[in-house]
Design a protein around this ligand. Structure first.
Ligand code: ZN
Length: 457
């Protein structure tokens, strides 16, 4: 009771002192504690692992690194306790904050997206209310004023291929392109008009200078040469261990997800840990994929080449609209179709992509092949769809004839069920479209059958 009385007295004393101080004008410059050289935009706690060796290098170079997580990873499993769902998200946020403290990153934010386990970027964007999530990411870019954004590759490759990863890459790309535009989300930019303003935010437009991507694709070969490759083997002068081992030490906080691997690793002595880190690829280089630069330079240049402390103004992004295919045609729709539009709309046609569109599904699962049939002629057309599938695939749905009105398009969802056996080979599914007795389209899809993994949708 006595302590409480003293505390109240102190509070009153400080308030009285403050009242006597002449009123100073409110600060007009952005809060420098939040300024980042690099902003990492990812989906789940532990996603930083793909680039944490490189982030450790940047921190050694006294670069300021901040991170934004779109979700709390609450749909993951929990190998440490019974906590699931929202509670697991709270646990994973704590694991991440410990990991980032070990790495040396203090400014970390979680946004309001929900962990959505599928490979379909559109489902993640839908669940996150795309526009609202974009407003949140733009706010973080304007608040942290990064020179460089690093994020997941917005593309489909066989690998973990999480829709949330892809969606964080989509949002980071959109934010890169619009955060500098003062006409976008203007309430974020307007100065406060009331004391304790709750509507207008007082931020400034901010144009980041470069954006890079990274990928968890099973095959990393398609990305070689598409951006800088950073050594994981180099010794950190500050920590006296290779950067790849720093990454492993930070990863070791994600026990809910990787308990047995981490505990096995922690039981090893230093020399054994180094050997295991090497064998498991922790010391491999970090491959960044060049996205865009507003300050020139080549894709493989150093990330900070051409970057100075001087801010740049808004750079309207290059955008291209696809020309409509003449006549009658078929196209892949769903996330594949979206990416064709997205890359054009954001000047990213150069990004590496699978030579043939690809996906991995669980053995025995039903593959979804979203198509769109176009008719850019002046009369209605019949289009007949058929599938060629390898032996063992069954239950084809969606083949047959479709009427497409003149100047219109018709969406078709074809499905076919995979054999129950796992396969090392990749299966090729071919969708043929015919009209007036002539082929008007052949679409191929490469499908890897695996024992588990995320559902396609
Ligand atoms: Zn993830």
């Amino acid at each position: 009771m006595k302590l409480r009385y003293s505390f109240c007295f102190l509070t009153l004393f400080v308030a009285a002192l403050a009242a006597q101080t002449p009123k100073s004008p409110p600060p007009t410059q952005p809060d420098d504690r939040l300024k980042a050289d690099v902003l990492l935009v990812v989906a789940h706690p532990d996603d930083e692992t793909g680039v944490s060796a490189y982030l450790a290098q940047l921190l050694d170079q006294h670069k300021r690194v901040a991170a934004v997580y779109l979700t709390h990873g609450e749909a993951g499993h929990n190998n440490m306790g019974p906590e699931r769902a929202t509670s697991l998200g709270a646990v994973r946020e704590t694991e991440l904050r410990h990991a980032m403290a070990k790495l040396g990153v203090e400014n970390v934010w979680f946004l309001s997206g929900l962990d959505t386990p599928s490979q379909d970027v559109l489902q993640s964007l839908g669940r996150w209310h795309h526009g609202a999530a974009l407003e949140e990411v733009v706010r973080m870019v304007r608040l942290t004023r990064p020179e460089v954004i690093i994020t997941w590759l917005p593309a489909i490759f066989i690998g973990e291929n999480h829709g949330d990863h892809q969606a964080s890459g989509v949002l980071a790309t959109e934010a890169f392109d619009i955060a500098g535009d003062p006409s976008i989300f203007p309430a974020q930019l307007a100065g406060s008009v009331h004391t304790n303003e709750t509507l207008l935010e007082g931020l400034r437009p901010w144009q980041p200078k470069k954006i890079y991507y990274f990928s968890d694709a099973q095959e990393q070969d398609p990305f070689k040469g598409s951006g800088p490759s950073l050594s994981g083997n180099e010794i950190s002068p500050a920590r006296k261990i290779p950067y790849g081992l720093v990454a492993m030490q930070c990863f070791a906080f994600h026990l809910t997800q990787y308990r047995s691997y981490i505990e096995t690793f922690n039981r090893l002595d230093e020399q054994q840990q180094f050997a295991k880190a090497k064998a498991d690829g922790w010391l491999d280089p970090t491959q960044l994929i060049f996205g865009k630069s507003n300050v020139g330079g080549g894709p493989k240049d150093d990330v900070f080449a051409g970057i100075t402390a001087v801010p740049i103004g808004f750079v309207p992004h290059q955008s291209e609209v696809a020309k409509a295919e003449p006549g009658v045609s078929e196209g892949l729709a769903g996330p594949w179709g979206f990416y064709e539009t997205f890359w054009r709309a954001h000047g990213l046609q150069h990004l590496p992509k699978a030579a043939v569109p690809e996906i991995a599904i669980a053995t025995g699962a039903t593959l979804q092949v979203p198509l769109v049939l176009h008719n850019n002629t002046s009369s209605a057309k019949q289009i007949t769809l058929s599938l060629t599938v390898p032996e063992g695939w069954s239950d084809e749905v969606g083949t047959g004839s479709y009427t497409v009105p003149a100047g219109d398009e018709v969406p078709v969802l074809m499905t076919v069920t995979a054999p129950k056996a796992e396969s090392k080979a990749v299966d090729e599914i071919t969708c043929h479209a015919e009209s007036d007795g002539q082929s008007v389209g052949v679409i191929k899809l490469h499908v890897k059958r695996r024992s588990g993994g995320l559902p396609q949708n």
